[in-house]
Write a protein that binds this ligand. Sequence first.
Ligand code: C5P
Length: 398
Amino acid sequence: MLKGKKIVLGITGSIAAYKSCLIIRLLKKAGAEVQVVITPAGKEFITPITLSALSQNPVISDFFAQRDGTWHSHVALGLWADAMLIAPATACTIGKMAHGIADNMLLTTYLSMKAPVFIAPAMDLDMMAHPATEDNLRLLRERGVGVIEAQSGFLASTLEGKGRMEEPENIVQQLSDYFARKEGDLSGKKILITAGPTYEKLDPVRFIGNYSSGKMGYALAEECASRGAQVVLVSGPTALATKSALIERISVESAQEMHDASIREFPGCQAAILCAAVADFTPQNTAEEKIKREGNALHLDLRPTPDIAATLGQMKREGQVMAGFALETCNEAAHAREKLERKKLDFIVLNSLRDEGAGFRTDTNKVTMIDGKGEEALPLMSKQETAMHIVDKLAGLL
Ligand code: C5P
């Protein structure tokens, strides 16, 4: 995805500047062209000679080339680039970016930049947690700057690792994912998504249901469609509407109906995301007439519903990719791993009900993606952004 892409790499004065060498190597290996712009403080940490050797381009740091006085045009760089990445980005540079202070070549380049800008903050924990830095990062995010923050491990303290620059591999991956999204990396693919709750009918007016709103599944459907996929959305009852014309919705009510629609559609799809909160049990019998309020207690006989994910796991052909969800309240990671194996999923997205802002009915989510190799904990973010990360992972497997 990075082949032929023109990247302006901004380097600022942080101890993490040595990691920029690795970023350049990875970008070059992926086929990108790299133009380094460094701040005066950045040069205290790493020499332009190293950077120009790796990037195979002269490094720009001053407004004028010192020897002959040639003007370095930040405007031309702004037009040339397909993306600008500032890594490491110090609190100082982030603050200046947020407030339009253009006192060096890197900052003038940022202000002239026509392409999307990404920053990988690097500073100590206190500086990162300072309200000034938080405000500046918020301002930049609102302006569309992509902030690439280091992910902490699953259930690790949220402060652990905060401020540390994200690893070069992950930074370059995020840049690559951005281009993949932009270029419709899922075009020509058909993806099955289950979403929402199921209603298990007790009588003509009552059902057993759950609090799922369908928001996560619908966000996934829109994300896949925006990247060119044709989406079959098998949806339980929700109040949501779909936006993209590439989404075909099949509305179902019960787990059995969701199962039937899913097994019918799956063979024609390259991937499935099982996001629905499927009832695990359904009434043994549905009463023909409204159940009367009689006696002191009502006993319901319930039988298990079919496990859609497990059935699709059995049907899965070589090359088909499946992702599932797990909503857990205790022993989260162990339970999720067990489901990953039993349902033959390629990866599972774990929500913990212990996390505020995660799970049912909210507009935000905080998830950990787990596969056979390891886990990736994402911070609290909107369900749209969460969908973007999940689909990035799925697209990488297709
Ligand atoms: O076993 P559990 O319900 O926790 O597993 C969750 C995952 O399995 C989710 O991806 C969910 O959509 C899927 N599932 C399913 N059919 C069921 C139960 C769960 O597809 N009957």
